[in-house]
Design a protein around this ligand. Structure first.
Ligand code: PLP
Length: 361
């Protein structure tokens, strides 16, 4: 078996123990004589998988009792539309803070549905930072304030969330959910595609608080209503059973590692090592974002020339490191180091960076 160090931005690397467990379960899941993907979603065996996945997520992430946990389809991209369809009523508006390509897509969808205000943006700085608190122009009457907690493409992350008073925060946490401990009190709704930190693609986690659910519109199509999915416990139609099952394996791995605190500690160590190595040679590994906005999930940097960048990516590939090419809109190098990337992977990558600098710097 030859597994690479997989730095893909999403879908991304998964814990080996989860992959092996899934493989062992495939022909006959728990004596059912069927694989999980052959089970009825209404069977008691799948119902147990579904319940355990919810309860693991709830305990590991510290989700309060007044939240509903939904497993939906359509990716974070459908949530860009579902959030405003459910919450934006006539005569009301929502605030959006735009910190990268994904938040731009989110506000675009909201404007199709209703009134969305730009309450802050770092676009004029090529999204190289999280806007400072005093640059935000928040509306105290807004239905919600939408943020992207980690900007997967730009390589920035909110370290402290904006102060929004009584206005709930709605957050796209696709690329940093369950990577650090967060006080969920200011959040009314959180959504995340699973394929960065939680499992394979195909399932989208939505956490919605009671009081926001109560405000949702009921004059929109059934499948697009959060209320439908809460009432049917994500079983209004056939859910992505295999993706949910796989997410459970990933959550069990998180628990075995020591839970969120252990994960956060390792994520911090990885980011410190990676950025520390870049900062030793700032003229060679040129970070593309402001230091205080750096993401602990996606580190982005440029090399002195595009030729160096191409050589870095191809030599890294030969040495067993994949997925390092920056997003086409940014260029350069992007190191995605989600939960399932161990510290050892970053130790080996930074050793490669040191060697590459020695040869070319
Ligand atoms: C990957 C990503 C998305 C897109 O998710 P889909 O599941 O492909 O719709 C949205 N937002 C962020 C922050 C992402 O990282």
């Amino acid at each position: 078996m030859a597994r690479i160090w997989n730095f893909n931005p999403g879908p991304s690397t998964l814990p080996l123990s989860a992959l092996e467990k899934a493989r062992a379960d495939i022909p006959d899941f728990q004596g059912t004589g069927m694989a999980v993907m052959e089970l009825s979603h209404r069977s008691k065996e799948f119902a147990a998988v579904h319940e355990q996945t919810k309860s693991l997520l709830k305990s590991l992430f510290g989700i309060p009792d007044n939240f509903h946990i939904l497993f939906l389809q359509g990716g974070a991209s459908l949530q860009f539309a579902m959030v405003p369809m459910n919450l934006l009523k006539q005569g009301r508006s929502a605030d959006y803070i735009v910190t990268g390509s994904w938040s731009k897509k989110a506000i675009k969808e909201a404007k199709i549905v209703g009134s969305a205000r730009l309450a802050g943006s770092s676009e004029e700085n090529q999204f190289n930072r999280i806007p400072s608190p005093d640059s935000l122009d928040l509306d105290s009457e807004a239905v919600y304030v939408h943020i992207t907690s980690n900007n997967t493409i730009a390589g920035t992350q909110w370290s402290r969330f904006p102060e929004t008073g009584n206005v709930p925060i709605v957050a796209d946490m696709s690329s940093d959910i369950l990577s650090r401990r967060i006080d969920l009190a200011p959040f009314g709704l959180i959504y995340a595609g699973a394929q960065k930190n939680l499992g394979p693609s195909g399932v989208t986690v939505v956490l919605i608080r009671d009081d926001l659910l109560a405000q949702c519109r009921d004059d929109i199509p059934t499948l697009l209503r959060y209320q439908t999915h809460v009432e049917k416990d994500s079983m209004f139609n056939t859910p992505p059973t295999y993706s949910i099952y796989f997410m459970k394996l990933v959550l069990e791995w998180v628990k075995e590692k020591g839970g969120l605190d252990a994960i956060e500690k390792e994520n911090n160590a990885k980011a410190e090592l990676l950025y520390g190595t870049m900062d030793k040679y700032p003229e060679f590994f040129k970070g593309t974002v402001e230091t205080d906005s750096r993401s602990r999930m996606n580190a982005t940097f440029r090399l002195p020339t595009e030729e160096f960048e191409a050589a870095f990516i191809s030599e890294a590939k030969s040495a067993g490191f994949g997925g390092l090419k920056g997003h086409r809109s940014v260029g350069g190098i992007r190191v995605s180091m989600y939960n399932a990337m161990p510290l050892k992977g970053i130790e080996e990558l930074t050793r490669f960076m040191e060697d590459f600098h020695k040869k070319n710097g």
